[in-house]
Design a protein around this ligand. Structure first.
Ligand SMILES: NC(=O)c1ccc[n+]([C@@H]2O[C@H](COP(=O)([O-])OP(=O)(O)OC[C@H]3O[C@@H](n4cnc5c(N)ncnc54)[C@H](OP(=O)(O)O)[C@@H]3O)[C@@H](O)[C@H]2O)c1
Length: 333
C-alpha cells in the first residue's frame, strides 16, 4: 500500500472559472487506522456543479474552509478496516473529498453508503444514473408530477441530471424537449434517448426553434440553468404550469448571477418549487431500485465523460461550465 495520500485542497475562492492554484495538490501521509475506523481507496470522483458553489460561500452547506480537502462525492473501496460495519473490499459512495484515500470513522459514517457489486454493471453508475444525479432526476420528476401528453422542457438536457430527467418524463408519456449546447448533444438526446426535440441554445434562432418545438406551450419546466434560457422557457409556459428548480448553473461562476424576472409566475399562475437531493436520503433505495429497473429494461440510457487523474479534477470542474461533458462527468483515479 502507498504511504502518501494526494489531496486537492482549497487554496483560494475562485472568481469565475477555477484558476490554477485555487485547488492545490498536496501530499500527506495515509492516515493510520485506529479502532472504529476504516480506510478506503478512491476509484472514482464525481464532478458536480455544486462543488463550485461549495468553494464560494455558505449556502445549503457551509463553504469548504480554505486549506481543507475539497469536498466531493466519490466511489471508494475499503482496503483496511477496524470498523465493525466495514470489511476489506466493501465498496462505498459518499463524501470522500478530492483525494486518494479517505478515513471513515463513526462521525463520518453518516456520509457513506455501501453499494453492491452487480454483475455487468460498472462501478461508475453509483455516481451517475443510480447515484446522486439519477436520484435528483427521479425526485425532481416526482415534484413535477408529469402526465401523459404534457410538454416538458429540460435544460442542460445532455448532462448527468437532465438526460435522466428527460427520459423519466418520456416514460410518463410526455412530449420532451431538451435544451443543450452542441448539435452532437442534441443528436444524442433525440436519436438515442428518445427526446421529441432538442434545441441548441447557441444557435442564434434558438428561441424560434423552441417555439416551434412547443406548439402547445410548456406544461413543465425542469430547470437546470436559470438566466436567459429559463426566462424564455417561462414565457412559453401554459397557465398553471409547474417549474421544478433543480439548479441555476449559469450563475454559479458569476459574482452577479443572471436574474430571472418572476412576473410571468403571476401572469401564468405558475407553481414553482426548488428542491435539494439531500432532503431525500431516506428514500434513496426506493429511487435507486426504480432507476435500476428502468436501466435494466433499456428505458434509461446513460453516458459518461471520464477524465483520468486526480490532478485533472480542477480542469474537470471547469468542463461543467464550458459544456465539455456529455452525461456524467467523472474523474478516474
Ligand atoms: N437540486 C439538487 O439537489 C441538484 C442535484 C444535482 C444537480 N443539480 C443541478 O442540476 C444541474 C445539472 O447538474 P449536473 O450535475 O447534471 O451537471 P451536467 O448537466 O452534467 O453538466 C453541466 C452542463 O450544464 C451546461 N451549462 C453549463 N453552463 C451553462 C450556461 N451558462 N448556460 C447553459 N448551459 C450551461 C453544460 O452543457 P451545455 O453544453 O448544454 O451547455 C454542462 O455540460 C446543475 O444546475 C446542478 O446544480 C441540482
Amino acid at each position: 500500500m502507498q504511504t502518501t495520500n494526494r489531496q486537492l485542497r482549497l487554496q483560494s475562492r475562485p472568481k469565475g472559472l477555477l484558476a490554477p492554484g485555487d485547488l492545490q495538490l498536496v501530499e500527506s501521509p495515509v492516515p493510520e487506522l485506529k479502532d472504529g475506523q476504516a480506510l478506503a481507496r478512491l476509484k472514482y470522483l464525481s464532478i458536480d456543479p455544486t462543488m463550485r458553489v461549495w468553494m464560494a460561500a455558505d449556502t445549503y452547506l457551509p463553504a469548504v474552509p480554505i486549506g481543507e480537502v475539497m469536498r466531493a462525492l466519490g466511489f471508494a473501496e475499503i482496503i483496511e478496516s477496524r470498523h465493525p460495519d466495514y470489511k476489506k473490499d466493501d465498496r462505498v459512495t459518499g463524501l470522500t473529498g478530492l483525494q486518494d484515500y479517505v478515513l471513515i470513522d463513526a462521525s463520518a459514517k453518516q456520509f457513506f453508503q455501501k453499494v453492491p457489486k452487480i454483475p455487468f454493471v460498472s462501478d461508475t453508475v453509483f455516481l451517475g444514473v443510480l447515484g446522486m444525479n439519477g436520484l435528483t432526476a427521479f425526485f425532481g420528476m416526482e415534484i413535477a408530477a408529469p402526465k401523459k401528453g404534457e410538454t416538458l422542457v429540460v435544460s442542460a438536457a445532455a448532462g448527468a441530471t437532465g438526460s435522466i430527467a428527460g427520459q423519466i418524463a418520456k416514460i410518463h408519456g410526455c412530449r420532451v424537449v431538451g435544451i443543450a449546447g452542441t448539435d452532437d448533444k442534441c443528436a444524442w438526446i433525440t436519436k438515442e434517448l428518445g427526446f421529441d426535440a432538442a434545441i441548441n441554445y447557441k444557435h442564434p434562432d434558438w428561441k424560434e426553434k423552441l417555439a416551434a418545438a412547443t406548439p402547445d406551450g410548456i406544461d413543465i419546466d425542469f430547470e437546470n440553468i436559470g438566466g436567459e434560457i429559463m426566462q424564455e422557457v417561462l414565457s412559453r409556459m401554459n397557465l398553471h404550469g409547474r417549474v421544478v428548480v433543480c439548479g441555476f448553473i449559469s450563475g454559479y461562476t458569476k459574482a452577479d448571477p443572471n436574474m430571472v424576472s418572476l412576473g410571468t409566475v403571476i401572469v401564468k399562475r405558475l407553481h414553482i418549487q426548488g428542491f435539494l437531493i439531500l432532503d431525500y436520503a431516506a428514500r434513496s433505495m426506493e429511487a435507486a431500485t426504480q432507476l435500476g429497473q428502468w436501466k435494466m429494461f433499456g428505458k434509461l440510457k446513460d453516458r459518461e465523460t471520464i477524465v483520468e487523474g486526480l490532478e485533472k479534477a480542477p480542469d474537470a470542474i471547469n468542463m461543467l461550465f464550458t459544456g465539455g461533458n456529455t452525461g456524467k462527468l467523472i474523474v478516474k483515479l
